[in-house]
Design a protein around this ligand. Sequence first.
Ligand code: AMP
Ligand code: ZN
Length: 151
Amino acid sequence: MDPNCIFCKIIAGDIPCYKLYEDGRVLAFLDVGPLSEGHVLVIPKAHAVQLGEMADEVAAAIGAVLPRLARAVSAATGTGAYNILQNNGEVAGQVVMHVHFHLIPKPDPTRAPDSKSPGSPGSGLGIHWPAGQIDPEAAETLADKITSALG
Ligand code: AMP
Ligand code: ZN
């Protein structure tokens, strides 16, 4: 519990939320600034800033509930597509410094291509994907480096 953390305050019940799911390790609630209808946040109850700080059992608990929530959100919103987003660090777009997974329904834009308001078809996560081309030699070195770091 970090007394200055807004998500810890939600977990403690000091700030209200639209609660969807709770167990001993995980809480899920609606994002108050949704990119689309049904935008959900899934968080560990144990305060951690970045993904890599989470204990394995906490990560496993989140992983176990994400598919269930995805099915429930899809059923409730009638959308079959969604993005899971998890920002780590300010430069990566993290604003709230308590680990959270975004579950963001992606309505089919072909149904109402002009509408971009939250919850309407055409809303959801916009993706900029500036892909490069992997260099085979550098990739070997990098793969070795990462596998060594994995231990
Ligand atoms: P990120 O940029 O990944 O840190 O996303 C933080 C998210 O938390 C944003 O989508 C906010 O809309 C959401 N958020 C911030 N405060 C609250 C709150 N009190 N209840 C629900 N969602 C919140
Ligand atoms: Zn926190």
